[in-house]
Write a protein that binds this ligand. Structure first.
Ligand code: FES
Ligand SMILES: [Fe+2]
Length: 445
């Protein structure tokens, strides 16, 4: 695991065999890969981890990029990272690069970072400010909306129409920016409604990124998604997180019952205060989850001592607002308490390398050293994330062994089964096949 204590991604030499192609790149015949996957899945029972090749094979990784990452909504960042016209961030996925920028009209655009002259990459910085996009090769110049405005020596009859930069789809919801590279994008309406329902009082349009941290985790991206979909491992691995979140550390039936009792009490209190607490867990056919859950008695945020680490967010009527957990396949895990939010963006870099960029967000008027300290603000999630990356790397080491075989998810790993069902539906157009085995211990929540 590599980490960098700043925004942007560390430079890592990715092995040649793992280099990936863009939207149109096809390393091998797609039909041959699909035939191979179909053969792998025929004996694969629902409720089991995936066959080895789906975690380890570079050709299947290429298919993951084309069918999962290019076709779905990807979380890229927060609006506070590009507040003024001309501010930009870049985002790379597979062989593609996007420039996310604020236009003069104040909207946010996503443009493919590919010059319409001879194809050079235009913008080579992770973030910054520009008055126009100027290609470094022969200086073709584009306005912030992607329109070509200058092209030298192209003759009097040159028609700039049709030479705008290619756009990608963009959605901004509750301050979070999502892109989709290859249309038509999935319907995002219900996701936006559910995010708004749970986040409106947090007013996340009014926060700013105060700290980022990047990691390169030596594991296939699906192992990170699976890890994020269950808290079976929490009690044994996350002392800081379990010290804050009531349900995470509950293992015995008595503890589970107590956690459910406290959750019900808190929901009644929150409802009285005006919160809409209808939970939206992952459901069949969905690719998102948004839920508000209770912290331990006396704990008001995810901090080491349970006490606030930043000023109260937005219009929340109480500091004791629990935590809103958000998951959106394939690239976002986020949580927000009453004083800060944290986002984890998963970006696959190779079949066995996943970049995670973490961002912490506080009220935009909060001042470091007066209102918050980075170490205190980030302590719980920094510890929790680094514990998870170690587990994911151990998982990758095991699944590449000759003795690895798909294993059954436990009853409290139903989120993993939902993720695998969604993944296989996206990858090969059908759910994780066949009937559950008779001895399966997996069940829906
Ligand atoms: S490739 Fe961009 S101006 Fe020539
Ligand atoms: Fe974890």
């Amino acid at each position: 695991m590599y980490s960098v204590d700043c925004s942007g991604c560390p430079i890592v030499e990715v092995p040649q065999r793992s280099r990936v192609s863009g939207l149109n790149g096809v390393a091998k015949s797609e039909s041959a890969i699909l035939t191979r996957i179909a053969a792998l899945l025929v004996p694969h029972p629902r409720g089991y981890t995936l066959p080895q090749a789906l975690y380890c094979d570079p050709d299947i990784f290429e298919l993951d990029l084309r069918r999962i990452f290019y076709r779905n909504w990807l979380f890229v960042g927060h609006i506070s990272q590009i507040p003024r016209a001309g501010d930009f961030i870049t985002y790379e996925i597979g062989g593609e690069s996007l420039v996310l920028l604020r236009t003069r009209a104040g909207s946010i655009r996503a443009l493919f970072n590919v010059c319409r002259h001879r194809g050079a990459r235009i913008c080579n910085h992770p973030a910054g400010h520009m008055s126009a996009l100027v290609c470094p090769y022969h200086q073709w110049t584009y306005d912030l909306d992607g329109t070509l405005v200058a092209a030298r020596n192209c003759g009097a009859d040159f028609d700039a129409n049709g030479c705008s930069l290619a756009p990608a789809s963009v959605r901004v919801t509750e301050g979070f920016i999502f892109v989709c590279l290859d249309g038509p994008p999935p319907d995002f309406t219900v996701v936006e409604q559910d995010l708004h329902q749970h986040l409106t009082l947090h007013e996340l349009e009014g926060v700013r990124v105060c700290h980022t941290r990047s990691y390169l985790v030596r594991a296939n991206w699906k192992l990170l998604d699976e890890n994020a979909r269950e808290c079976f491992h929490c009690a044994g691995s996350h002392p800081e997180y379990c010290g804050a979140v009531m349900s995470a550390g509950a293992t015995t039936p008595r503890e589970v019952e107590l956690a459910a009792h406290i959750q019900a009490e808190k929901e009644a209190e929150w409802r009285f205060l005006g919160f809409d607490v209808r939970q939206k867990p992952f459901a069949p056919g969905t690719f998102h989850s948004v839920s508000r859950y209770a912290l331990r008695p006396g704990v008001v945020t995810e901090s080491l001592d349970g006490q606030p680490v930043a000023p109260r967010l937005g219009g929340l009527p109480t500091l004791d607002a629990g935590v809103v957990g958000i998951g959106i396949y394939p690239s976002l895990l986020a949580e927000t308490c009453s004083d800060y939010a944290v986002t984890l963006r998963f970006t696959p870099r190779a079949v066995d390398i996943t970049e995670v960029e973490m961002a912490w967000l506080v009220r935009s008027d909060a001042k470091e050293h007066e209102d918050y300290e980075i170490d205190r603000l980030t302590a719980v999630w920094r510890a929790t994330a680094e514990q998870d990356w170690k587990l994911c790397e151990l998982n990758q080491l095991g699944v590449r062994s000759t003795r690895y075989r798909p294993g059954p998810y436990a009853s409290n790993e139903w989120g993993c089964r939902h993720f695998i069902d969604w993944y296989l539906e996206e990858l090969v157009g059908r759910p994780s096949l066949t009937a559950s085995p008779s001895r399966s211990i997996a069940r829906e929540p």
